[in-house]
Design a protein around this ligand. Structure first.
Ligand code: PLP
Length: 376
């Protein structure tokens, strides 16, 4: 009846099926599957949309983060600060490159990195900060950029969940998420706000030298054909994915508005309940709701989740386990006492269905059941 999904990729596809099918068929027809004309066209269309000088497409968001760090020429043991409450990829690449991840707690309302705690975590060995614009809302970039300047640090924005979000500086200037740090990394994973039909990712930068480094690294460190100036990787966005992304980029603003509309609906009904913390809105950022995440305040989140599941309503926990206690990072020396907020969030957050195709009827069904559960 209601057929509620966490993410409705099929419903979204059906609305633009003809355009998408034609775009994909076009690539099959011209057979330039790797670095074809659609990749270059998507690159420049995204540059134009974001107002950024260089977009460098790559294979996925995790690669984007890894390549961005590789481009900075950091040395083993150099410290890179990021959030304790994020997807594993953000911290994984730091460790993979034999750098030292330093995790910092987040704010209880926005779930983004706590600026005061971040400043305390900076040492002489700190070389970079990776702010994550979690769930679609920008981190306080004014503060991050000022700390970066003061301590001479690189800033790599993880904007995998916030493509199209806008940041407002105190002087009234505004920028898209990803257009403020030295490099930004995004993902086109299918469920992301701009998702393709497989894996995909990109980096952005306004720095010509860094752009050149990134382009070198994504392509085996090769400058002139078969001459390798550096150690690189092979990380490319398929032409088929680029052709599809060109179609979907045209709808990105519309898609983000649809998410915001669903979020407002949730807010209106859930926001008045004393036991539910609805997503807060920063004064300095729009929210594009990659996730709509509530925090349980005085009830059992897991019981709500099970109850909803029985009513045919999916809900997910992003993220159930803080990064500082993950087994693979046990040798990083994290001090477990430093993350009270993340610890609490991991126990109490619940992300509700959020996508571009949610109807009012579905939203009403979901919210009614949440209120019903809370009456028990
Ligand atoms: C999705 C995501 C990534 C990784 O992107 P992939 O394309 O899945 O590799 C990195 N950081 C965050 C915050 C993400 O949500």
């Amino acid at each position: 009846m209601h057929d509620i999904k966490m993410v409705d990729l099929k419903g979204q596809y059906l609305k633009i099926k003809e355009e998408v099918d034609a775009a994909i068929a076009g690539v099959i027809e011209n057979t330039s599957f790797i670095n074809g004309p659609d990749v270059k066209a998507f690159q420049s269309e995204l540059e134009k949309y974001l107002g950024v000088k260089h977009v460098i497409p790559c294979a996925n968001g995790t690669d984007a983060l890894q390549i961005a760090l590789m481009a900075l020429n950091l040395q083993p043991g150099d410290e890179v600060i990021t959030s304790d409450f994020t997807f594993i990829a953000t911290v994984e690449v730091i460790k993979l490159l034999r750098l030292k991840p330093v995790l910092v707690d987040v704010y209880p309302d926005t779930f983004n990195i706590d600026i005061e705690k971040l400043e305390k975590a900076i040492t002489e060995k700190t070389k970079a900060i990776i702010p994550v614009h979690l769930f679609g809302q920008c981190t306080n970039m004014t503060a991050i950029l000022s700390l970066a300047k003061k301590h001479n640090l690189f800033v790599i924005e993880d904007t995998a969940q916030a493509i199209g979000s806008q940041y407002f500086f105190p002087d009234g200037r505004s920028e898209f998420a990803g257009n403020m740090g030295n490099i930004a990394c995004t993902s086109f994973f299918p469920s992301k706000n701009l998702g393709c039909f497989g894996d995909g990712g990109a980096m952005y930068t306004n720095d010509d030298d860094l752009a050149a480094r990134l382009r070198l690294i994504v392509n085996h460190g090769m400058k002139t054909r078969y001459y390798y100036d550096d150690i690189g990787v092979n990380s490319r966005l398929d032409s088929i994915q680029a052709a599809l992304l060109r179609v979907k980029l045209k709808y990105l603003d519309q898609y983000n508005k649809a998410r915001q509309k669903a979020a407002s609906f949730y807010d209106t009904i859930l926001g008045v309940h004393p036991k539910i913390q609805i997503p807060s809105r920063s004064s300095f950022s729009t929210h594009t709701f990659h996730q709509y995440t509530i925090v349980a305040n005085g009830f059992n989140r897991d019981e709500l989740r099970l109850y909803l599941e029985k009513q045919g309503i999916p809900a997910m926990i992003y993220y159930p386990v803080p990064l500082h206690i993950q087994k693979a990072y046990a040798d990083c020396g994290f001090n477990a006492a430093l993350y009270p907020v993340t610890d609490n969030l991991c126990k109490n957050v619940l992300s509700l269905p959020m996508h571009t195709e949610l109807s009012e009827e579905q939203l009403l069904y979901i919210t009614n059941h949440i209120l019903k559960f809370l009456q028990f």
